[in-house]
Write a protein that binds this ligand. Structure first.
Ligand code: ADP
Ligand code: MG
Length: 374
């Protein structure tokens, strides 16, 4: 990993939120959060991304105070909050199913957290008006939630989480119920609100493109463990294991055994018989079994010898024309789901299903991961 990438993967300042050795078990046996250590600096947009059941919501609920940690400490602005009840943590929250009060108008919904905090009538009016302007619903204060669309309701929920000027906002799949177009629009709106207010956001989603769009950093969860914590581009360019490579973007896997290690380059005997070279990301020794990870857009079909380090023969199984590129499914080195994205401008003869072609890639674009000592 380059020095610049290493620096950008570090939080910019002091931790505003800190999880320290946090574990959670619901049944006293299985740890659904295993040993969570995570520092989130003030003003960051941090996303917890991972498949269903990986422990994202549980981690957020512990931060919100709705679930006690089984072990470890959570700090907010330097103070341990283990014994602080949820309503005293000063955290704004938006959830997919965190319904607005249906019997209250939009303005009354927004005023509610301010009444609770004892603000004056005129302060409340000002803040409610500002919050509605922020989510671009200035005329909607008099309506009831049922008179709004799903997207508008979710905007009101965002406004309600922000109306009391919290330092920290938690959002758990807040856009999950919206259709694709509205979801993408709301992603940008929430991102812009974050940029304008400078509030710290901890956001939960299972949708990798949502996480890439919105986040300063992403913590990739699997099985109650953070697999990698970094910026969106670093996660895509430099995944540290094949779970992350597979979860963020598309990935081809090839299995084999390391037979030589020199200057950060591993020579790997693939199970299909070919010998290739790859960046030795976290393989440690000769003889390790490894999984190679290779992005579909980094593979060239019929490459010039001088432009790649590795050339193997593959067979084309399926061609799908997608306008700017042809998605080509191949059989390569024993992997029948090997995907190559062939740009429309590629200057070779037209591809045909069933054809045998050469495919090639640079060693640096292929990452040797997941070492297993044999
Ligand atoms: P995610 O939000 O990543 O989908 P969760 O944190 O909701 O994951 O769940 C993590 C694990 O904890 C899952 O196996 C889930 O079944 C379990 N779990 C979540 N909430 C509870 C609960 N209230 N009681 C018991 N088990 C739970
Ligand atoms: Mg969840």
């Amino acid at each position: 990993m380059s020095v610049a990438a290493e620096l950008s993967a570090e939080p910019a300042g002091e931790a505003f939120v800190r999880f320290e050795n946090v574990q959670k078990s619901y049944d006293g046996e299985i740890l659904v959060v295993k040993d969570l250590n995570l520092d989130i600096p003030k003003g960051e947009f941090l996303t917890m991304l991972g498949p269903s059941g990986s422990g994202k919501t549980t981690s957020l609920m512990m931060l919100a105070g709705f679930e006690p940690a089984t072990h470890g400490n959570i700090y907010l602005d330097g103070q341990s909050i283990n014994n602080v009840p949820p309503n005293k943590r000063g955290i704004g929250m938006v959830f997919q199913n965190y319904a607005l009060f249906p019997h209250m108008t939009v303005a009354e919904n927004l005023a509610f957290p301010l009444h609770v905090r004892g603000l004056s009538k005129s302060e409340i009016e000002t803040k409610v008006r500002q919050a509605l302007e922020m989510v671009e619903l200035p005329e909607m204060g008099g309506r009831r939630p049922a008179q709004l669309s799903g997207g508008q309701q979710q905007r009101v929920a965002v406004a309600r989480a922000l109306v009391f000027d919290p330092n920290l906002i938690l959002m758990d799949e807040p856009l999950g119920a919206l259709d694709k177009q509205l979801r993408e629009q709301m992603q940008y709106e929430i991102k812009h609100i974050h940029e304008n207010l400078g509030v710290t956001v901890v956001y939960v989603t299972h949708d990798q493109s949502e996480a890439l769009t919105m986040s300063d950093r992403i913590a990739v969860f699997n099985d109650g463990v953070i697999q990698q914590l970094s910026t969106p581009d670093d996660l895509y360019e430099r995944p540290q294991n094949s779970f992350v490579a597979q979860f963020i973007g598309e990935n081809n896997k090839l299995h084999g055994k390391v037979t030589k290690l020199t200057d950060g380059i591993a020579t790997v005997d693939l199970d299909g018989g070919e010998v290739v070279t790859a960046a030795a990301v976290n393989v440690v020794a000769n003889g390790d079994r490894t999984t190679l990870s290779l992005r579909p857009e980094r593979v060239e079909i019929e490459p010039k010898k001088s432009s790649v380090d590795n050339i193997v023969t593959g067979e084309i199984r399926e061609l799908i024309y997608l306008g700017d590129h042809v998605r080509t499914r191949m059989s390569v080195a024993g992997n029948d789901e090997f995907i190559v994205k062939v740009p429309n401008s590629a200057g070779h003869k037209p591809l045909a299903e069933g054809a045998k072609v050469k495919v090639g890639w640079k060693a640096e674009d292929c990452r040797a991961l997941d070492p297993l000592t044999s």
